[in-house]
Design a protein. Structure first.
Length: 88
């Protein structure tokens, strides 16, 4: 029997830019902290007319990397790190 597990977000790193994030990008960070998945955020951002996409994930399912581009001047790359926890 394979043990059931779930991923828990442990950190969100904005890989660039270094300056303060515009509101839609900060909202993505906040949504991650509240339990939304990168795929949900990517879908929502694309529906709002922004460009958002996922990069390759780690083979061990330890992190997700995705990008959101509001326009040429405002974009961010996010690294979400996870741990795997057993379900009780």
């Amino acid at each position: 029997m394979i043990p059931r597990t779930r991923r828990q977000l442990v950190s969100v790193e904005v890989m660039w830019p270094a300056q303060t994030l515009p509101l839609p990008l900060q909202q993505a960070v906040d949504a991650l902290a509240q339990g939304e998945t990168p795929d949900q955020i990517i879908t929502r951002m694309n529906l709002q007319g922004f460009q958002a996409w996922r990069e390759a994930t780690s083979p061990q399912d330890e992190h997700d990397i995705f990008q959101i581009r509001l326009d040429e001047a405002h974009k961010a790359r996010f690294l979400c790190s996870y741990i795997t926890l057993p379900l009780h």
